[in-house]
Design a protein around this ligand. Structure first.
Ligand SMILES: *Cc1c(COP(=O)(O)O)cnc(C)c1O
Length: 251
């Protein structure tokens, strides 16, 4: 990439970031949320390291990745930058060690065996891995996550595991253009979080809302929105790579 291309990447990413931040601040105002109370996770899966560096230059530090091999390559390429890495893809048991060693957060936990592996494989000296439990509200079998009625039992068991810390809940609702339907799904996750809080485990994080529904998520109490396309532009199809497993995409 030449200097002119690099300059164009920087400008485009800075603009995308400014647009997404403006949408978030507008939604906070409109729905009575405290200004600046919603955090942005920049979903950088399939995007080049240069775009991540450009977003960092524009003040973004938290990045979300779905494909472990690709993520580790980008972490190595960007090792000089103080970035926070969030795993948001489907977890495979044979990848938990890399996830636990390399990431700060996992948003897509929905399996107790994975929780035990992530905790046991967290390197000594690292703070506990921050995890959100993914809830499958729509019952779509292609999506990961727990059924809502399995949540209480899961939390009781997972909260005992050393090496991980349960921060909150995450969901990836069925896409819809209908704002009230979007709000309905996010309200459901908030209600589940409030029910968990009544059992004595307050959970600060609601990871919900993406490019097309972040306003509805903010209206219903999102604390982290996960935004890719609206920030970085459309994703190119992933190049086939050896050992890649496309099934860990959730979308
Ligand atoms: C890809 C992805 C996102 C970002 O989606 P956009 O529509 O590009 O904003 C958010 N969360 C998860 C779990 C994803 O896989």
């Amino acid at each position: 990439m030449g200097p002119a291309d690099a300059g164009a990447t920087h400008a485009a990413v800075a603009q995308g970031l400014a647009r997404v931040r403006a949408r978030m601040r507008d939604a906070e105002r409109r729905f009575g949320r405290e200004p600046g109370s919603v955090a942005l996770l920049a979903v950088s899966k399939v995007q080049a390291p240069a775009k991540i560096a450009a977003a960092f230059d524009a003040g973004q530090t938290a990045f979300g990745e779905s494909y472990i091999q690709e993520a580790v390559e980008k972490m190595d390429a960007l090792a000089g930058l103080p970035l926070e890495w969030h795993f948001i893809g489907r977890i495979q048991a044979n990848k938990t060690r890399l996830i636990s060693e390399r990431f700060d957060w996992v948003h897509s936990l929905g399996d107790l065996q994975h929780a035990r592996r992530l905790g046991a494989q967290r390197p000594p000296g690292h703070p506990p891995l921050k995890v959100c439990i993914q809830v499958n509200l729509s019952g779509e079998p292609t999506k990961g996550g727990l059924a809502p009625d399995a949540l209480a039992g899961f939390i009781a068991a997972a909260s005992e595991i050393e090496g991980i810390h349960i921060e909150g809940l995450m969901t990836l609702p069925a896409p819809t253009d209908d704002f009230d339907a979007q709000r309905g799904a996010f309200a459901h996750l908030r209600t589940l979080r409030d029910q968990v809080a009544q059992t004595g485990l307050p959970l600060a994080t609601l990871s919900m809302g993406m490019s097309d529904d972040l306003e509805a998520a903010i209206a219903e109490g999102a604390s982290i929105v996960r935004v890719g396309t609206a920030l970085f532009g459309p994703r190119q199809p992933r190049e086939p790579r050896s050992g890649a497993d496309p099934s860990n995409s959730q979308r």
